[in-house]
Design a binder for this molecule. Structure first.
Ligand code: SF4
Length: 222
C-alpha cells in the first residue's frame, strides 16, 4: 500500500502536471458550479459549455436571474445539451430552494464544518455525493475527495474496494491514502488517467504507472 500511496501522491501528479494550473481556475462561483453539474450529466463538455454560455447570454446565471426566468426560456437556452426539459426543471427546483431558503447565497458554507456543509449541499434538489464533494473541495477548499466514474473504475481495478462497495466506502479509503493537500490534483489526475490509460475497455496497462501493483493488470498477464 505504501508504494501505491507514493504513486498516487507523487508520480501520478507529476505525469499529469498540467492539472496544477487547471485546479486553480476551477470553481470561481458556487452557483455556476451547481448549474454546470446539471448541464454536464450525460453530455459532452463542449455541449455543456455551449449550453452554459447560451444560458448566461440569454438569461444570466445568478440565482435571481434563473428564479425569475420562465422555464421555457431556460429550455430554449440549454437545448444543445440535450434532455433540456429535465435539466430546466432541475435548475428551477434548485434555484427555488436556494433563493427561498438561503436568499440566493450559499457562500456561508465556507465557514461551516465539513459534515454540516456536506449535509446541506446534499439536501439541495439534484445534488448528490459527487457534486457536493466537488463543490466542497474546489470552491471551499474543504478536505473531501470526490469520486467520479473513472476514479471508481481505477480504484476497483487496483483492488482498493470490492465490486459491491459504493461511493462512501471508496471516498473514505482514498482520503486515508491521499494527502489532503493533494486531493484536488489527484482527483483531476485520476480522471485524466481514466480517460487516457485506464479506459473502460482495453486499458493500456503497459503504459500505466500502477501496472506492478494492480491486481487487474497482473491477472490479465497470467
Ligand atoms: S495497470 Fe491497467 S487496469 Fe491497472 S490501473 Fe493501470 S491501466 Fe488500469
Amino acid at each position: 500500500m505504501s508504494y501505491l500511496r507514493y504513486l498516487l501522491n507523487e508520480e501520478l501528479v507529476e505525469i499529469y502536471s498540467e492539472v496544477r494550473d487547471f485546479s486553480r481556475k476551477l470553481c470561481t462561483d458556487i452557483f455556476e458550479a451547481l448549474i454546470l453539474t446539471i448541464l454536464s450529466q450525460n453530455t459532452s463538455s463542449i455541449n455543456m459549455w455551449r449550453a452554459f454560455n447560451e444560458l448566461k447570454r440569454r438569461i444570466g446565471c445568478t440565482p435571481q436571474d434563473l428564479y425569475r426566468a420562465r422555464i421555457k426560456d431556460i429550455e430554449d437556452a440549454i437545448r444543445i445539451a440535450g434532455m433540456y426539459r429535465i435539466r430546466s426543471r432541475k435548475i428551477k427546483l434548485l434555484v427555488k430552494k436556494i433563493v427561498e431558503e438561503y436568499n440566493g447565497d450559499l457562500s456561508f458554507l465556507k465557514d461551516m464544518p465539513l459534515e454540516k456543509a456536506r449535509a446541506l449541499l446534499l439536501s439541495l434538489p439534484g445534488v448528490g455525493y459527487k457534486t457536493a464533494d466537488i463543490i466542497l473541495l474546489f470552491c471551499f477548499n474543504k478536505h473531501v475527495f470526490p469520486i467520479d466514474t473513472h476514479i471508481f473504475r481505477i480504484s476497483r481495478r487496483l483492488g482498493l474496494i470490492d465490486q459491491k462497495d459504493g461511493y462512501e466506502v471508496l471516498r473514505r479509503k482514498l482520503e486515508e491514502i491521499i494527502k489532503p493537500e493533494n486531493y484536488k490534483l489527484v482527483h483531476l489526475a485520476l480522471i485524466r488517467h481514466g480517460r487516457k490509460i485506464c479506459k473502460p475497455q482495453n486499458p493500456l496497462c503497459e503504459h500505466c504507472i500502477f501496472r506492478n501493483v494492480c491486481p487487474y493488470s497482473m491477472s490479465s498477464r497470467k
